[in-house]
Design a protein around this ligand. Structure first.
Ligand code: FAD
Length: 380
């Protein structure tokens, strides 16, 4: 479907492919196994501005539209999904600001990113994942600002980021309407990075707790109005879900490419396994799931670009693409047989990497709640 891409999108895709093949892929399998964090690789990507690709040009970002952004995210995820997700975490954290922040706040935030630094989106807490409205982190008014106390967990790039967007309760008695969003700098007294997760997959990403102990935040760091935080978090996730789906598509494509080559060269009973219809049908089903996910993700990114409502569609894209990635990579392990189960071969990593996409940015059960809720609201 390359004919649907603009020349600029194709050039960008080729640039990412070159970086992915020559730099990311070479390191990904080893870092996945050893747990080594590829700081040098991240520095190169940050120098290339990949973490700011979808931020407005007037604030120093790449200025690329949501469709181009998902094309980039997919391509990068083909080489390593954790790396891709981490680079897009800064754009995720920037979204509440782009929705409700002032120009001054956006500029302050993007000035930090422009120095090759990263940002993180801090919503989840130990007792508030799917039920984000149950957050306990408190922001209490104090003089000219707020004092934050609480612990966020499972934060992507939590230990790498220099600036956080943090959701905290300014008035617990109001439930979700008592949540507000703040910009918090990593260097502020009382901010610390907690435990780092030892994860099943996307091991090139850094996932940590972030702790706030009597952290003073100036009032000008409040994003939007007090009480708007939950709405902002939900709008942000709606906008980010195609990006999550795009990374899942990248994993699917990597699995298909590996399986095609393997099926053509691996012989059983004197013939390549690719001649067997059982293997061909697996490849066909993998292609159906991948191409359908890819086109739907791009369609939803198009809705966002056009400023159209996209809540249901974003949830469909995220759930469908991530469910597809798990099925496709599971079949990839099967096509590789015993070698698929061995860490010497790359497909088991894809299977492990794929699983998280059914869990974060709202589990697929939560996506189905969103979709069903919107379906039930529709009138005949
Ligand atoms: C690697 C990784 C990176 C992450 N990055 C970030 C990040 O950058 N920022 C951030 O804020 N968060 C992040 N998260 C957190 C992630 O979004 C949450 O883990 C996720 O939303 C699920 O929350 P939970 O883990 O508390 O599960 P729970 O909410 O405890 O859910 C447990 C299970 O119950 C199901 N469930 C819950 N409620 C219902 C219901 N009403 N109906 C049906 N089923 C239900 C869930 O779908 C799930 O299967 C990350 C998580 C991981 C693992």
């Amino acid at each position: 479907m390359d004919w649907m891409l603009t020349e600029e999108q194709k050039e960008l895709q080729q640039m990412i492919a070159k970086f992915g093949k020559n730099e990311v892929l070479k390191r990904a399998q080893e870092c996945d196994r050893t747990g080594e964090f590829p700081t040098d690789l991240y520095n190169k990507a940050l120098e290339m501005g990949l973490h700011m690709i979808d931020l407005p040009e007037k604030f120093g970002g790449g200025g690329f539209d949501p469709v181009t952004a998902v094309i980039v995210q997919e391509e990068l995820a083909k080489y390593d999904a954790g790396f891709s997700v981490s680079l897009f975490a800064s754009g995720l954290a920037a979204k509440p600001l782009l929705i409700a922040g002032t120009d001054r706040q956006i500029q302050m935030f993007t000035d930090i990113l422009a120095q090759g630094k990263m940002a993180a989106f801090c919503l989840t807490e130990p007792q508030a994942g799917s039920d984000a409205g149950a957050s306990q982190t408190a922001a209490v008014r104090d003089g000219g600002g707020y004092v934050l106390n609480g612990r966020k967990c499972f934060i992507t790039t939590g230990g790498m980021a220099d600036v956080y967007v943090v959701f905290a309760m300014t008035d617990k008695s109001k439930g979700v309407k008592g949540m507000s969003a703040f910009i918090v700098e990593r260097g502020a007294p009382g901010v610390s990075v907690g435990k780092e997760e030892d994860k099943m997959g996307i091991r090139l990403s850094n996932t940590t707790d972030v702790v706030f102990e009597d952290v003073r935040v100036p009032a000008e760091n409040l994003i939007g109005a007090e009480g708007e935080g939950f709405k902002l978090a939900m709008k942000t996730l709606d906008m980010a879900r195609p990006s999550c789906g795009a990374a899942a598509v990248g994993i699917c494509q990597a699995a298909i490419d590996l399986c095609r080559d393997y099926a053509l060269q691996r012989k059983t009973f004197g013939r390549p396994i690719a001649v067997n219809q059982a293997i061909q049908f697996k490849l066909a089903d993998m292609e159906i799931a991948t191409e359908t996910s890819r086109q739907y993700v791009r369609y939803v990114a198009g809705l966002i670009k056009a400023g159209k409502p996209h809540s249901t569609e974003a949830a469909v894209a995220k759930a469908y693409a991530s469910d597809s990635a798990v099925k496709v990579t599971q079949e990839a392990v099967q096509i590789f047989g015993g070698y698929g189960y061995s860490r010497e071969y790359p497909v088991e990593k894809l299977y492990r990497d794929a699983k998280i996409f059914q869990i974060f940015e709202g589990t697929n059960e939560i996506q189905r709640m969103v979709i069903a809720g919107n379906v039930l609201k529709q009138k005949a």
